[in-house]
Design a binder for this molecule. Structure first.
Ligand code: OAD
Length: 282
């Protein structure tokens, strides 16, 4: 399972890292508080800030990182039961992980719907509206509701696939790898509570996260108490952590070569134009 930290090396900011995270850099949008940009009620009143930001962060501009290709290798080797991601940058798909192996828990930009009449719109349609600096609005007669990409805002339910897969997958999970997330947003942050008590849980992140451990509830990750028997925190960059793990598995060269090959293909597809932006300034 992953969060924004697996994509920062691609140039996409995470949300909560002090200084560089998105929530510390939204002053230009004059929001009442940073999270408002992803809140449904605020969006209905003031959709412009979200669409400005969506243009800046639009999927298709960035290349997957070593961490994404590590997940792809897990898949190719038949070891990936499922990858649960909070990210909406679609870099898992770009890295070649098939849709059926993914739970995009906070939605995707693949489709969009009118908030009023629920009419569906294609990604191509909404992308054009966003890049033309418009607030996309429904074209159905007498509707004109705002059309919003199907990414999950605060105040919205997660896609049905999240709970459907969670109930099937978690009892079968024999190693949970958690990468690049502060584990602050529910219900995603509680996924680690759903695996069996015998399942080891490995966090690869810049800092320890998810430590809501209470002896009474048994919930949350527990790296530091004497009772810990299965939680491990590897602190550092996700890419370095994946490379170190790949090395232990004897896959380091394969992982590095996969990334070089795939990035070359992405560059060729984009006609030699530089594909990867410098880090986004929002
Ligand atoms: P956060 O920004 O909350 O957390 C990112 C975590 O990754 C932090 O612990 C960072 O220290 C760590 N990190 C950043 N770059 C890293 C790197 N290169 N290597 C290792 N660790 C790194 O992002 P998320 O946990 O993904 O939801 O945030 C969860 C949700 O909050 C998002 O999906 C979004 C947001 O509000 C919605 O908008 C609904």
């Amino acid at each position: 399972m992953s969060g924004a930290g697996i994509s920062t090396a691609a140039g996409i900011p995470d949300f909560r890292s002090p200084g560089s995270g998105l929530y510390d850099n939204l002053q230009q949008y004059k929001l009442p508080y940073p999270e408002a940009i992803f809140e449904l009620e605020f969006f209905k009143e003031s959709p412009e800030p979200f669409f400005k930001l969506a243009k800046e962060l639009y999927p298709g501009t960035f290349k997957p990182t070593m961490s994404h290709y590590f997940i792809r290798l897990l898949y190719e080797k038949g070891l990936l039961l499922r990858h649960y991601t909070q990210n909406i940058d679609t870099l898992e798909r770009v890295a070649g992980i098939p849709g059926e192996k993914l739970v995009e828990a906070h939605g995707t930009f693949h489709e969009a719907h009118c908030l009023h009449c629920r009419k569906a719109y294609s990604q191509q349609w909404i992308k054009k509206e966003i890049f033309d600096d418009k607030v996309p609005s429904c074209v159905k007669d007498s509707c004109s509701g705002i059309v919003k990409p199907d990414i999950v805002f605060f105040g919205e339910n997660l896609p049905d696939k999240f709970s459907a897969c969670l109930s099937k997958d978690m009892k079968r999970c024999d190693l949970l790898i958690i990468m690049g997330t502060s584990l602050t947003v529910q219900p995603f942050a509680s996924i680690p509570d759903h695996v069996p008590d015998t399942t080891p849980r490995l966090l690869i992140n810049r800092e320890k996260s998810g430590q809501r451990f209470s002896f009474f509830s048994g919930k949350g990750l527990d790296f530091d108490s004497p009772k810990n028997y299965r939680d491990v925190a590897w602190l550092g960059s996700c890419d370095d952590g994946c490379l170190a793990l790949a090395d232990l598995l004897g896959w380091k060269d394969e992982l590095e070569q996969l990334m070089v090959k795939e990035h070359k293909m992405i560059d060729e597809k984009s006609g030699g134009k530089p594909h990867q932006k410098d880090a986004v300034k929002v």
